[in-house]
Design a protein around this ligand. Sequence first.
Ligand code: SF4
Length: 389
Amino acid sequence: MTATPEPSFSAAKIRSLARRLLAWYDHAHRVMPWRALQGTKPDPYRVWLAEVMLQQTTVAAVTPYFERFLARFPTIEALAGANLDDVLHAWQGLGYYARARNLHKCAGVVCRAFGGRLPDTEAALLALPGIGAYTAAAVAAIAFDRKAMPVDGNVERVMSRLFAITEPMPASKPVLRRHAALFASAHRPGDLAQAMMDLGATVCTPRAPRCEICPWQGDCRAFAGGLAADLPKRSRMPKRPRRFGVAYWVERGGDGAILLRRRAEKGLLAGMMEIPCTNFRTEPWGKAEADRAAPLALNWRELPGTVRHVFTHFDLAVTVRVAKANARSAAEGTWCRPDEWSAYALPSLMKKIIRHARQAEGDATIRPPIPSRPAASGAARRSRRMSRS
Ligand code: SF4
């Protein structure tokens, strides 16, 4: 087994690296809508929101969502006072909806317990709902200039190269965090954290690192050893298991409304609206049991093909069954008319199911297309409330 290296740069060397990194950051930093302009104080709400949005995705992808979200919920009080459905709706397209639910919950706690001001220490932030080690360190450092070093994928990569850590990820994460912690400093901690992220995103990039312009080239062990592009090493990921589900596309006679249902408050896609689905299990569903699990006793027909979706821990294959319901059918859920789609926050799996059903059925009654607008109009929201059964 590869030995786990421990930090071996002197404190003076670390201080020198930090100085050079800050000097580089002062002229090369990225401009982002949540970053404070030089000489101004950052807005903790913006910093927190951006850090939550940025998990699992990129700055370029997040920027338009951030601006729209902020226009809709400009303060932590506005977010806390909003309806959760509206928050989820504004989150559409960012995925991992648990983050939006936690954001909303956390805003409520901050308003009730802290008078609408995010606490300013890593420990107090960590105690809030949905705030993990990374976000607590990032907000403490960036918003409040507290001594902390958040460690994201960029920072892990930079550390693995600077110190030439050859132990593969994810086993090497603790040692990478220990190395990153050497840079937690009382001097400009927010800038240092952001500088480290920017270095990873723009210079020490995953492929083809630009060592020729890097402020750390002179001390970088990976550069010296010709290893830069080979680090960090990664262990082979085990293959994702496959799961199976059935979705039920049921159209109501008369107005062509489609049945939607809210998922359970806990678990996968918690609290989100769905085309009614079975649970997702390791065995494929047979016809008889799929009929028994249906939201209504109808004459169900299975569409050809399957909808594939990748979750973090499994690959999903969903078959779609369709049926027509009587205008007076009583089902648990909400009937959604074709003109109401844009009022709902639907996870991407559900959008795929809708697309699949529409294509297979060539159905003109469910236009306009699947929701893509970031915000529901007032009229759409009103009509959604009125049609909820
Ligand atoms: Fe990354 Fe190259 Fe800079 Fe080393 S010298 S930190 S490998 S960009």
